[in-house]
Design a protein around this ligand. Sequence first.
Ligand SMILES: NC(=O)c1ccc[n+]([C@@H]2O[C@H](COP(=O)([O-])OP(=O)(O)OC[C@H]3O[C@@H](n4cnc5c(N)ncnc54)[C@H](O)[C@@H]3O)[C@@H](O)[C@H]2O)c1
Length: 256
Amino acid sequence: MVLPSMRLDDRIALVTGAGSGIGQAIAVAMAEAGADCVCTELPDRMERLGPVCAAIETAGRRAWALPLQLPHLDSIDALVAGALEAAGRIDVLVNNAGVNIPRPALDLTESDWDQVLDTNLKGLFFLSQRVARTMVAGGGGKIVNIASQNGVVGYYRRAAYCASKAGVVNLTRVLAIEWAPHHILVNAVGPTFVLTPLTQSTFDDPTLRQDLLGRIPLGRVGQPEDIVGAVVFLASPAADLITGHTLLVDGGWTAL
Ligand SMILES: NC(=O)c1ccc[n+]([C@@H]2O[C@H](COP(=O)([O-])OP(=O)(O)OC[C@H]3O[C@@H](n4cnc5c(N)ncnc54)[C@H](O)[C@@H]3O)[C@@H](O)[C@H]2O)c1
């Protein structure tokens, strides 16, 4: 047998923002690949995890629902402690939670900037740091950051969002080289526009929708299911020599 496994049998995965959109699909895909899954959601949205945990259990795996409010360190520390208490360890961290506040750069407020950067970059870093400390003690692990094609190309009305995702792409490289000696592999996935609650207003605008479709050679936007294969692959033994990489799932947008 030459082909390494793309399965995650008996791994413990932690997926942030698992109650919606791409995170929901990733959590269920992790279970379908064989992993038990700790799912997080904002404290006032915990009911969203009910169907996700049910789908994970239907796939024959264990599921836990825990709150997380990025970037607060007390919330991050409580999550990591709760995950360790429930599941015993964390083998795979998927940093999926994120926000976008689309606004022209001339109108962007300090509060907009802080909310996007704090969630997408600061929160992602400190959760990664806290989980990596447990992975060092446990002998290694995998981290997959959900960046964006907007981490490598710009788009209108997304100054804070593009800055945050470009930060994630380069942070991925730094963490990969610093944590390689601990056998912690850090990669990112960069989706194109995917139809989720985050992007609904963009798709509802016919002009924007036409602009987006014109930039995607494959001629369609993504569905959450389009993203999960890349995440499972990077978390699996098949990607054991890949670290510091951002795998774009962009329908050819950045090749144009
Ligand atoms: N949808 C797209 O077109 C697209 C494209 C590229 C990248 N992404 C990225 O994919 C990820 C998921 O996006 P989505 O489209 O599924 O969005 P979504 O809005 O459907 O889901 C985002 C999730 O993050 C959670 N979240 C938001 N703020 C949080 C905070 N402060 N602390 C903890 N959790 C928080 C939300 O509750 C939700 O569960 C994001 O990082 C996003 O930037 C999305």
